[in-house]
Design a protein around this ligand. Sequence first.
Ligand code: IPM
Ligand code: MG
Length: 375
Amino acid sequence: MTYQEHFEQIVQDQLARVEAMKKAPAAPDFAKKKKIIIGTIDGDGIGPIIMDSARQILETLLAEDIASGRIELRRIEGLTIENRIAKMETVPADVLAEIKKCDLLLKGPTTTPGKGSDMPNLESANVTLRRELDLFANVRPVAIPEKDIDWIFFRENTEGEYALGSRGVEINDDISIDFKVTTTIGTTRLARAAFEYAKNNGNQNVTVVTKANIMKKTDGKFLSLCMDVAKDYPEIEVDDWYVDIMAANLVSDLFASRFHVMILPNLYGDIITDEAAQLQGGVGTAGSANIGGRYAMFEAIHGSAPRMVAEGIAEYANPASICRAAVMMLRHMAMTEPAAKLELALDQAADVLDMPGDGTGNTAADFTAFVLARL
Ligand code: IPM
Ligand code: MG
C-alpha cells in the first residue's frame, strides 16, 4: 500500500466510525435491569493479585444480589499478554465475544508492548477495548481534602492521538508521521457528559484543556465544540487552559483548588490524570471509569507493574485503585449504598495501611482483609 492509499484508508475508516457512533445505543437503566453481568478480567503482572482482592470484596458486598441471581460476577479468561501474543490479536476474537456478553467490566491492567521491547508490536488492549466497546468517556476523580481539592477529569477516550496510534506511517528512514483525530460527535458526547455531571453536582465550574494554539485543527475543534455545549449550561462557569500551564496549575497552591470538572482530549487526559493521581497519593490510588452507551468498563489507573513482578514483590501491589474503580462501577449501577460503604472502607485503608509499592509495608492480602472486616 502506498502511503497515499494508507491515508485514504484511514479517512474512510474514520468516516465509518462516525456513522457507527451516530447509531450508538443509549446507556441502560441499571436500577431497572433484572440481570447485570459484570465481567472480571485479571490482566497481566500484578493484575491477578489486585483483581483477587476486588473480586473477594465485591462477592461480600453484593452477596445478596449474587445469591438472587440479579448480579453475576463472571470471570473472563484469556486477556493475557501470552495469549494475545500467541494469537497475535490485541483482544482475541473469542475473548471479545465473551466480553460483549457482559454489561459491565472490571478490568485489571494489561501489558502493552512498547517500542524496543522484545515483544511483538501489539496495540494496547485498553485502547482496543475502549474502541471496540465505544467507551467514549474516561472519568477519573481525584480528591485531596486537606487541600480542598475535588477534581473530576473527563478524558476523551476513543480518538485524539489514540485513534490511529498504531496506524502511523514510516514514510522512509528519515520521516515518520502519526495522526490525531477529532470528531464532532466524539467531542460533543464527551463534553455533554462532563457538563451534565457538573450540573448534577451543584453547577461546578468546567475547564477545557487543550493545546489549541498549536494543534489548531483537532484541539481547535475540540475547544470550540466544548464551548458550543457550554452554551446549553448558562449557569455553569467555563474557562479554558492550555495543557502545559494546566500541568503547572494543578501543583499550584494558589490555583489547584479552583478547578472542578475538567475536559481533555485523550493524550493530555492520560498525562494530566497521572499527575493528579500522584498528587492524591500515587497512581495506585485513583480509579478510572470508561463509559460508553451499551457498555462501561472500570479499571485501575495504573499499569501492570512488570517491575514489581520481576523483583518478586507483586504481593505488595496495592488494590486501592481497582477498588476505587469498583466504587465507580457500583455508582454507575445506581447502587449508592454499597458504593459508599466500600468507599469509606477504602478511605480507612488509605489512612491506616502502608503500601509504598517497594516490597515493604502491607500486602494486597492485608488490604483485602482490612476492607472485608469493614463491610
Ligand atoms: C491509562 C493508561 C493507558 C492509556 C495505557 C495502558 C494504554 O495509561 O489508562 O491511562 O494510555 O490510556
Ligand atoms: Mg495513563
